[in-house]
Design a protein around this ligand. Structure first.
Ligand code: ADP
Ligand code: MG
Length: 317
């Protein structure tokens, strides 16, 4: 469904060039849910925005390839990307209230999205909107359609955003921390809903989260990002059972288990303006070797489904 190769995105700032995404490669298969994890600032959101063609000045995709069902997206005109967003790729972000327009009724927002892509009568648009709201198990659909975003709870507003993202049945959904801003009690409901929608339509999803428990429960594969690079990727079950990158291991050790508190991550990620020459994790790594400080490891296959960027991986199976 999605093939990302060598994706590179930078921001030209007064402080210098921010190397936000540095040669990121991954695939998302049909019907696959892929988790994207990594500390804050590791480039998860910029990666997602780059795939969607939503990077704005002073940012720019400076290299690499993004193929959606075989079609290259990098370099497509803005008009073409707008058409693909919605029809081929849906997006769900962190804050539903930022995504929804406060001055249009929910029904008008559905109509606007439909009409941006095709001609549709008022009645047909309303029927499609009701149908999609029912798919996200929205209670009181007619009342919601006539109402406004501010009348909804966070969880209900996010259901509307998901219904809007799924409106044109895109085969790929990109969800960037879709539950982080929501009440804990509704987070699982939203994740269950997303999984159900993906399963029902054999759709693919990239799910950005900082919760490894969510990845374990909802994702088939995982991409671990550090300083704008993919340091490890593979099937969730094996990556979490036998992490290959010392950073993946540190992330897993940071998760509290039962009454055991997590081991906090030491240190901080590197400055993305003065990007280090060697491995970006070298300064925090417990397994660091001389070579790591001067030479950057590249993604290397350890099995036919797993890759790691490390000269001394914790496992080679
Ligand atoms: P994550 O989502 O993993 O927390 P992001 O993808 O948002 O991280 O950010 C990656 C890096 O890109 C960060 O260092 C961030 O400061 C930088 N960045 C993101 N947006 C901009 C911008 N508009 N201008 C400058 N730097 C940016
Ligand atoms: Mg982010």
């Amino acid at each position: 469904m999605l093939e990302v190769r060598g994706l590179t995105t930078q921001f030209a700032t007064r402080r210098g060039t921010v190397h936000a995404v540095n040669g990121v490669s991954f695939d998302i298969g049909d019907g696959e849910i892929t988790g994207i994890v990594g500390e804050s600032g590791s480039g998860k959101s910029v990666t997602v925005r780059s795939v969607l063609g939503l990077v704005r000045q002073p940012g720019r995709v400076t290299g690499g390839s993004v193929r959606l069902a075989g079609r290259e997206l990098i370099g497509l005109p803005a008009r073409e990307m707008r058409r693909l967003r919605g029809a081929q790729m849906g997006f769900v972000g962190q804050s539903p209230f930022a995504a929804l327009n406060p001055v249009f009724s929910i029904e008008e927002q559905f109509r606007n999205v439909i009409r941006a892509h095709r001609t549709s009568s008022r009645q047909d648009a309303a029927a499609l909107a009701a149908d999609k709201l029912s798919a996200v198990r929205m209670p009181g659909i007619q009342r919601v359609l006539k109402g406004y975003a501010h009348e909804l709870s966070g969880g209900m507003a996010q259901r509307v955003v998901i219904a809007l993202a799924m409106l044109l049945d895109p085969p790929l959904l990109l969800a960037d921390e879709p539950t982080t801003a929501l009440d804990v009690t509704v987070q699982r409901d939203i994740l269950e809903l997303l999984r159900e929608l993906m399963l029902a339509g054999n759709r693919s999803m990239a799910l950005v989260t900082h919760d490894l428990g969510v990845v374990a429960q909802y994702c088939h594969s995982v991409i671990v990002m550090y300083a704008g690079k993919v340091v490890e990727r593979g099937p969730v079950a094996t990556v979490f059972k036998r992490p290959a990158h010392p950073y993946t291991l540190a992330l897993l050790d940071a998760v509290p288990r039962g009454d055991q508190p997590g081991k906090g991550l030491r240190g901080a990620p590197p400055n993305l303006v003065r990007y280090p020459a060697g491995c970006p994790y070298a300064q925090r790594c417990s397994r660091v070797m001389e070579r790591c400080r001067t030479e950057a490891p590249v993604p290397t296959s350890i099995t036919n489904t797993r890759e790691v960027s490390c000269f001394a991986p914790c496992t080679t199976e």
